[in-house]
Design a protein around this ligand. Structure first.
Ligand SMILES: Nc1nc2c(c(=O)[nH]1)N[C@H]1C(S)=C(S)[C@@H](COP(=O)(O)O)O[C@H]1N2
Ligand SMILES: [Mo]
Length: 411
């Protein structure tokens, strides 16, 4: 259907507009503002809406589960609404937390050291931070052509309250050599092949990021033990960067004297091309052609109301959601009801702490009954805004931070 919607110059055909109006049972207000080749959400209403369970399961071997965006409405994401991204199979069970240890080793420790989980809890001060964890491939389904990887919509993100000790305190206790430049994690999950010699994922961050106050060795989330699928009984939590650096079922951290070279650090994994690439173009997966993704880009979601909502024109429509910007803070959030022709500022709260998401809210009056789309756009504190269209295509399908939009019918 998509290809029949527009004429040669990309404008929505009159017949398509009439079909949309018939489908949604309302006038499509501001239709003249739709950008060329724009596909209105009204054509895309999920036939399974209301029939699917509360979470969207992309796969069960490994488990990959996405959160529908309207379920991300809580200020702090409850664990049952957290997306799940596993690269391998869950570790063998039962897990005995009293027998769990964390080893710090690698070329750049003075001497390797092992702590029991109980020692970690007892010997170091614990801290609690709200931390955004967003999969680097969140939004991947928006890229054309589709890339390999989980076709996430925009729900592979959470912001929960993690508690643990600072990695920097533990590394100071171990003692590092001057040549330490990177850390890499190892978790107890199994490679999909079940070959014990293979590692599902082992990523890391430069030592500077590892030593930030908010980088935690966490054993609790939202005041309770971490659920098994999210890394029980110990995980690394590194906010603002692709969540793939937050290693679950953590048993070892290697302090490296070079960039970590574990599984999923290589090829195009969690990397962006250094030069623009044509959509679908194949480029050699050499280190010169790619850079490792660090801070995630600015992004925002409308978590209330749910796309497809109807409301009474006599009242203003209250909207809310969250915005975040990787290592940066969000400076402002705007909404548009006329396909980006005009933008209105929203109220925006300060983050609870660095690397937490920020809540925004607004009330919108609509000029007349009809079908609308509401777009939301955040700008970070360096002045960088979300694109209104899909950003640069890349072979891994990473970093799609295009504006989120919902369909609304005013009656
Ligand atoms: N040990 C281990 N850690 C892991 C993963 C994994 O498969 N194994 N997946 C990573 C990826 S790609 C993401 S996006 C996050 C997802 O965290 P969550 O499942 O708790 O939401 O965990 C990261 N940590
Ligand atoms: Mo991920």
């Amino acid at each position: 259907m998509k290809n029949d919607l527009h004429n040669r110059r990309g404008f929505l055909r009159k017949s398509a507009l009439a079909a949309l109006a018939a489908m949604v049972g309302a006038e499509v207000v501001f239709a003249e503002h739709m950008p060329p080749n724009y596909v209105p959400l009204g054509f895309d209403i999920d036939p399974m809406k209301g029939k699917i369970p509360d979470m969207k399961v992309l796969g069960d071997k490994p488990w990959n589960v996405e959160t529908p965006i309207h379920r991300l409405d809580d200020a702090i994401t409850p664990v049952e609404k957290m997306f799940i991204r596993n690269n391998g199979l869950l570790p063998s069970q039962p897990i005995d937390p009293n027998a769990w240890t964390l080893t710090i080793n690698g070329e750049s420790v003075k001497a390797p050291k092992t702590y029991t989980l109980t020692e970690l809890k007892k010997r170091f001060k614990s801290y609690t931070y709200q931390v955004v964890l967003e999969c680097g491939g969140n939004g991947r389904s928006g890229f054309e052509p589709q890339t390999s990887g989980n076709p996430w919509d925009q729900g592979a993100v959470s912001c929960a309250e993690w508690m643990g000790v600072r990695l920097k305190d533990v590394l100071a206790d171990v003692g590092l050599k001057d040549d330490a430049v990177y850390i890499g994690y190892y978790g107890k999950d199994l490679h999909l092949s079940q070959d014990p010699a293979k590692v599902a994922i082992s990523r890391g961050v430069p030592i500077k990021k590892a030593l930030e106050n908010e980088t935690l060795l966490a054993w609790a989330v939202n005041g309770n033990d971490i659920p098994l699928v999210h890394g029980y009984p110990l995980r690394l939590v590194v906010g603002g960067w692709p969540a793939s650096v937050s290693g679950k079922w953590l048993h070892t951290i290697a302090v490296r004297n070079k960039e970590h070279d574990g599984a999923k650090m290589e090829g195009h994994s969690y990397r962006m091309p250094v030069r623009p690439v044509q959509p679908g173009e194949k480029i050699a997966e050499t280190p010169e052609n790619f850079r490792i993704i660090e801070s995630m880009p600015v992004k925002s979601l409308i978590t209330y109301p749910q796309s497809g909502a109807m409301f009474d024109l006599k009242t203003k429509l209250a909207l809310r959601g969250h915005a975040w910007a990787g290592d940066r803070a969000v400076a402002n959030v705007h909404t548009s009801i006329d396909y980006g022709a005009t933008w209105q500022p929203c109220k925006l709260q300060a983050p609870k702490n660095r690397l937490a998401w920020q809540h925004w809210q607004t009330e919108i009056a609509f000029p007349k009954a009809g079908y609308y789309e509401v777009w939301v756009r955040a700008t970070d504190d360096a002045g960088v805004s979300q694109p209104m269209v899909i950003p640069q295509w890349n072979p891994g399908g990473y970093l799609n931070n295009a504006c989120h939009r919902i369909a609304i019918k005013a009656v």
